[in-house]
Every structure is written in C-alpha cells, then in structure tokens.
Design a protein around this ligand. Structure first.
Ligand code: SF4
Length: 191
C-alpha cells in the first residue's frame, strides 16, 4: 500500500506541474472556500480515503472525535439531499487536511470570482489534464471505489470493508447495500 500512496503523491505532483500555467491565472483568494462550501459531491477514491483516515488516526483523540462527528452529520445532511460545506472546512475557511486533500480539491480553481450564479470557470486544457489524471487515479485504485468523502471515510471505518480493501479484494454486493441504505452513489472503479 505504501507504494500506492507514493504513486498517488506522484500523480498529484505531475498534475500540479502540468497545470501550473493555467492555475497561475486563478482568481481564487485565501479565505474564499466557495468550492468547499457550495460544491456538490467531493468525490474521492478509496486510496485517498485511506490516506485521510490514517492522518485522522494520528490526531489528538478529541480532534479525531470531532471530525468523526462532522462526517456523520455531513452524511445525514447529504442523505436528506442538502448541500453541506465540507466537514474538513475550518471556521476561518482553511482546509484542515490541505496537504493531503484529495484530487477533487486539487483539480478545481476558477478564472473568475465565484458566486452561486457564477460557478467556477476552468481552462479547457486544465480540465483535460484533470480527466487524464482521474483515469490514472482510477487505474491505481482498481480494487477501490469512489464516492463523496464522508461516505468513503465512513466505509473505511468499518473493519470488514477496510480489511477487504487492504487485502486487495472487493465485495461489490456489500458496497451496493451500503449505497442503497444511505441513498448515495458509490461507484466501483472503472479501469
Ligand atoms: S478537503 Fe479541504 S480543500 Fe477539499 S473541499 Fe474539504 S475543506 Fe475544501
């Protein structure tokens, strides 16, 4: 798994290098957090979820507990169809997991200041790089799943799912049941 997480970092780095020119024209400013508050689903892969979960496990216990609470609240709101800010967004609009944030967050920027009527605008070239990168991430995580950040982290919290994933297996029926129970979309990687 270590090799896979190293490869994950290398894929992020290559994307950032390949799109630096486009992202340098971004209108995004510190403290905006529009994408973290108004975005729909923040989809991550299981491997990205594992990196975030291991990071949470190293935090002081009260911090870890409050994150778990925020994740469960986010799940409930999303199950009810509400738009909810990312559970990792701090009150000062900073990202609690910035250094290990998933690709869904790394790929997004905007060429203009955003509002509800004016969603993020990206260059076509950056979007093409993002789609290629996404395919690499899916290939890297071929036994995994993708879905909204809170749901993937919740699934990884279940020992039977985490153990199955770490063993390189997958049990699509269990994931389908989980998705149906929570009325959410969890996708098997299409490689
Ligand atoms: S993980 Fe961080 S960057 Fe991504 S949506 Fe959440 S707060 Fe924003």
């Amino acid at each position: 798994m270590n090799k896979k997480t190293q490869k994950l970092q290398s894929i992020y780095k290559t994307f950032e290098e390949n799109t630096a020119e486009y992202r340098s024209k971004a209108a995004c400013t510190k403290g905006c957090a529009f994408c973290c508050s108004e975005a729909g689903s923040i989809d991550i892969t299981t491997l990205e979820g594992l990196v975030i979960q291991d990071h949470i496990a190293m935090l002081p216990r009260p911090r870890g507990k409050s994150i778990q609470k925020a994740l469960v609240q986010d799940m409930k709101k999303r199950e009810a169809g509400a738009v909810n800010p990312c559970p990792f967004l701090l009150k000062n609009k900073a990202c609690m997991i910035y250094d290990i944030r998933p690709f869904a967050c790394r790929r997004i920027y905007s060429l203009h200041a955003c509002s509800k009527d004016n969603p993020p605008l990206l260059s076509r070239h950056a979007m093409e790089h993002a789609e290629n990168t996404l395919r690499q991430l899916q290939r890297l995580d071929e036994t995994g799943y993708s879905g909204h950040i809170s749901f993937i982290l919740y699934m990884l919290d279940a020992p039977q799912f985490r153990d199955t994933y770490l063993a390189g297996d997958s049990r699509p029926e269990e994931i389908m049941d989980f998705g149906k129970t929570h009325r959410i979309s969890i996708n098997k990687m299409m490689v």
